[in-house]
Design a protein around this ligand. Sequence first.
Ligand SMILES: Nc1ncnc2c1ncn2[C@@H]1O[C@H](COP(=O)(O)OP(=O)(O)OP(=O)(O)O)[C@@H](O)[C@H]1O
Ligand SMILES: [Mg+2]
Length: 236
Amino acid sequence: MGDDRVRTYIEGLDERMEGGIPNGSAVLVVGEPGTMKSSVTFNILYNNAMQDGRKSLYITLEQNAASLAKQMKGFGWDPKAAGDKIEILDIGAIRKRMKQEPKWMFVFKTFVKNLKDSNKYDILVIDSLPVLEVLAKFEEPRDELFQLFEWLRDMGLTTFLISEMSPDSRAYARYDEDFLSDGIMHLRMREMGGVSVQRHIRCVKMRSTNHSTDYFSLLFDKGQFKATRVIGDGRI
Ligand SMILES: Nc1ncnc2c1ncn2[C@@H]1O[C@H](COP(=O)(O)OP(=O)(O)OP(=O)(O)O)[C@@H](O)[C@H]1O
Ligand SMILES: [Mg+2]
């Protein structure tokens, strides 16, 4: 693997996608509540910081920064250990700098751009895209999302956009985010035998990458995510 890909650091997954996610991609991380969207994404940032020296910015719009940091510490990924390689910002921090500016999206973009210029991070997380859409009060969501994706690509950032999926839906996105994105990672929980529940992960799409489109069991063991072949199909 060269430097042209960002590893997911999920053992068994990188090997099935040419080593990782192509640099500069905008990737949707979608799933139902509690499917580990935030944790899987933070794991990518943490390992990229510690092992590859890559810098990132995690914008959390649902959870405050302290709560997210505490949760990640619980997994064994202490944001403080990553020093200035990981910055976590929440809505409160952004609001503080907003003053009277009514154009939320303008403020958001300026903020992200200024931090990129000063801190030189190259991975960005938006947790979550639906909350950003609400805050930005998009009048023409399709048009404005198209512009957002273009803007992210122009900045050369590898971006993870976390998004929600309701348990009874098969749609990965509300507007055209699934078509606009370069990649989609789907996380789900599946009942096995009516009692236990397995976590699954699947790479739905990844442009410029020969990857498996299968679901894999997502396991967390000794501080490490692993993707292994699913045993059984949940219809026992
Ligand atoms: N230290 C831990 N080790 C293993 N699993 C954990 C640990 N802490 C939390 N979990 C599991 O991770 C789940 C939460 O993961 P996470 O917050 O990443 O999910 P999410 O998809 O982002 O959720 P939401 O939809 O609420 O944003 C918890 O519900 C719990 O099952
Ligand atoms: Mg989350």
